[in-house]
Design a protein around this ligand. Sequence first.
Ligand code: ADP
Ligand code: MG
Length: 256
Amino acid sequence: MEISGSPSLAVHSENLCRHYRMGESLVCAVDGISVDIAAREFVALLGASGSGKSSLLNLVAGLDRPTSGSVIVHGNDLAALSREQLAKYRLHTVGMVFQSFNLIPSMSLFENVELPLRFAEVDRRQRSELARQSLERVGLSRRLTHRPMELSGGEQQRASLARALINRPKLLLADEPTGNLDSRTGTEIMELIRSFNETLGMTVVMVTHEQALAEKYAGRMLQLADGKIVGDVRMGNSASVRTSSAQASSPQRGST
Ligand code: ADP
Ligand code: MG
């Protein structure tokens, strides 16, 4: 369902809540979040473990539904979508990567990456073409027939980025994408995500608990505590402002 809204707005939420009932008690994982994220922004979601980062990301991803309040992503009012509409939304509007890669072990990289296109019923030739392009973009052209187990963690995360890219989503959602990687490999993944933001114009919302990564790559930091936004800071390094100085000196960042 497309509803009217500013085309430059990627995410708009109003009083968004996701509460979990656990026996007698109620966990307010997302507790009344109202936020706007502009198209092409690179936003880092920070906060302690349990502060609601993944819950919020899953609502924006359409993997979960709000208990109350609204979340509108590129004109899609997610709470109002049917199951099928939501599945379509996930297929075409968002790409997701996780800390644990979530590749299918029995499939080759090529098959993993083209999988979203099968769901989208794209014909075989076009699937093949797009999967190759996507794998090339992340530097994995020579690993098409490998299975995930035969690859390093960094390569697996590259493959999951290629899969997230394949439908050219407007919005990339990343939940601790470098959480299982050493800091050098993590930096390579962050550089790729940055390139998607800058050259493909994708909006990025990335969960991380590494302040240094957020400061280096994001244009805005949203701080969560107890399901609420407690900080919203914009930095100078948004895609439009940033210069190439980051490449000139690229020391390893990370909190190790
Ligand atoms: P974060 O990603 O910031 O670590 P989460 O969004 O995973 O936090 O969790 C926020 C809170 O919601 C935590 O207290 C967590 O225990 C709770 N929670 C998350 N998912 C569920 C669930 N499916 N059922 C019950 N409680 C949950
Ligand atoms: Mg989490």
